[in-house]
Design a protein around this ligand. Sequence first.
Ligand code: GLN
Length: 230
Amino acid sequence: MCRHFAWLGAPRSLGELMLAPEHGLLVQSYRPRRQRNGRMNADGWGVGFYPLDSAEPARWRSNRPLWSDASFASVAPTISSTCVLGAVRSATAGMPMDETAAAPFQSGHWLLSHNGVIDRGLLGPHPAAESVCDSALLAAHVFDRGPEHVGKLVAELGTSDPAARLNLLLTDGHRLLGTRWNDTLSVLATDDGVLVASEPFDDDPAWVDVPDHHLVDVTGAGITITDLES
Ligand code: GLN
């Protein structure tokens, strides 16, 4: 099970978001606090962000552990964005190990990350998948269905495959969508934006746990949390 997060709000640097927090993504790559499947996330990492003058996201992905990437650590404080989606990976057995299997996956303006596992047989092949990894295949199917329908698709797939874990994070740079389906997910509203993450970055009591089988929808207008099964 991997860990992921997304930020939507005032510009923040990748260093502030990913590397600096006490229990942020960097620490979650080797010492996650709430991870139930796998002990660390050393099989790669990735980040997508929207450059201030572009609607299309840029991505940086790697199949190495985040903690070993000294070049990223030096550049991350210099890149800022109003919308960032990052992930660290613990590969599921049998999945490819190259960087094309690391989230976030992309389709046009949209980015997607998946914490979990799904039976690839249930999804069927997809020509647009970036990798044969289950998460990349799932991303291609979500992009096809329309990212705004992700909640319905997750509920359908989760019902068909009870062993599936389907925590997804998606963004188009203006809206964040997050599903919690059989793993952990938390939200923090700050003065200048919203963080959605697999687990809290610190012990701030303002972090709110999203209930299982729910969808978080964040826009400039606020945060809504809805039941995926109703
Ligand atoms: N199944 C995905 C992979 O192999 C995600 C794994 C995870 O969430 N740990 O990359």
